[in-house]
Write a protein that binds this ligand. Structure first.
Ligand code: PDD
Length: 292
């Protein structure tokens, strides 16, 4: 079935969908994006995605191309036209098309909006633990990774390094020796205090140095119902290697337990009990939104 894309007000064959070569996204990576998971036809945590898009647009002073209701309708229409019931809706907004000049266009131009949808097989059972191997590398990104900018070159290189090493993801380490996040996912560890037995889930704070992931947001919201606590505090590679369990979260791949980091096995190397609980929780969270 031929795919359909939305480009600046029109639904067009994906293969012929175009923006101009002077689009500022193409020239300067002057734009942002969102990836919304679709499961059994349901847009998961949709509002949080539009909230983050709005925030990014405000940070970059790019006008909203359409209001939230229209964006949601466009997303659904693109998913429908492409018969995507399980997959991802991709939304990209750039500052628009103007003669190449670093500063913002003096004559206002409309922001450019592109929406596409792609099928992605979703595991039958979302609670299933699909383990991944991770490598580490330097975090070479700009100082504002909290903005979901389309400028992803360091992320691309980090993901490629993982692929070339036979791993799934690269977790990035900053100049302080802290793990910030993966090239396209938030990074977590699980540790147990030897004395108190208290279980702690740790992830980098949602400050300017990481993307505040939506799956991450959902886990924080769900954490109230558990014995364990979430600590938004960065961890080092040594702390990671000593962890009982580790996992990553993203809309593209949901929750993935980590088997090894740089070839060193984490915990038992099998899906741990805490990650399994989180997988079960998140599956219930998705099911509650209609994404069986
Ligand atoms: N990536 N950190 C980075 C750097 C990311 O690119 C992503 C998502 C995340 C997780 O965010 P969320 O839970 O909202 O998906 C964290 C998307 C899926 C991508 O670039 O394709």
């Amino acid at each position: 079935m031929p795919r359909t894309a939305y480009v600046n007000g029109r639904y067009v064959p994906h293969a012929h969908a175009q923006v101009g070569i002077e689009d500022r996204g193409y020239q300067f990576a002057d734009g942002i994006y969102e990836v919304v998971p679709v499961i059994a036809g349901a847009f998961i945590d949709e509002d949080w995605h539009w909230d983050r898009l709005d925030r990014g647009l405000a940070e970059l002073r790019i006008d909203r191309p359409v209001n939230r209701k229209a964006l949601s309708l466009i997303g659904r229409r693109v998913a429908g036209l492409n018969r995507v019931r399980d997959g991802l809706v991709y939304v990209q907004v750039t500052r628009g098309e103007a003669p190449r000049d670093h500063k913002f266009p003096t004559k206002p131009v409309p922001p450019a909006l592109v929406v596409t949808a792609r099928h992605l097989p979703v595991p039958k059972d979302l609670s299933e633990a699909r383990m991944i191997d991770v490598i580490t590398g330097p975090d070479e990104r700009w100082a504002r990774p909290d903005i979901k900018s389309i400028s992803l070159l360091p992320n691309v290189l980090a993901k490629q390094a993982a692929a070339e090493a036979g791993a799934y993801e690269t977790w990035m380490i900053n100049a302080l020796g802290e793990v910030t996040e993966g090239s396209s996912a938030n990074a977590w560890l699980v540790s147990r205090d030897a004395d108190s037995g208290r279980v702690v889930l740790r992830t980098h704070p949602a400050d300017r140095h990481v993307l505040n992931g939506i799956v991450r947001t959902a886990l924080v919201a769900l954490s109230g119902q558990h014995q364990w606590q979430i600590e938004e505090r960065a961890f080092t590679l040594d702390e990671l290697l000593a962890a009982d369990e580790a996992f990553q979260t993203s809309s593209g791949n949901m929750i993935r337990p980590v088997r090894s980091v740089d070839g060193r096995v984490i915990g038992t190397g099998e899906p741990g009990p805490v990650v399994q609980e989180i997988l079960d929780d998140f599956a219930a969270h998705v099911a509650a939104q209609g994404g069986v």
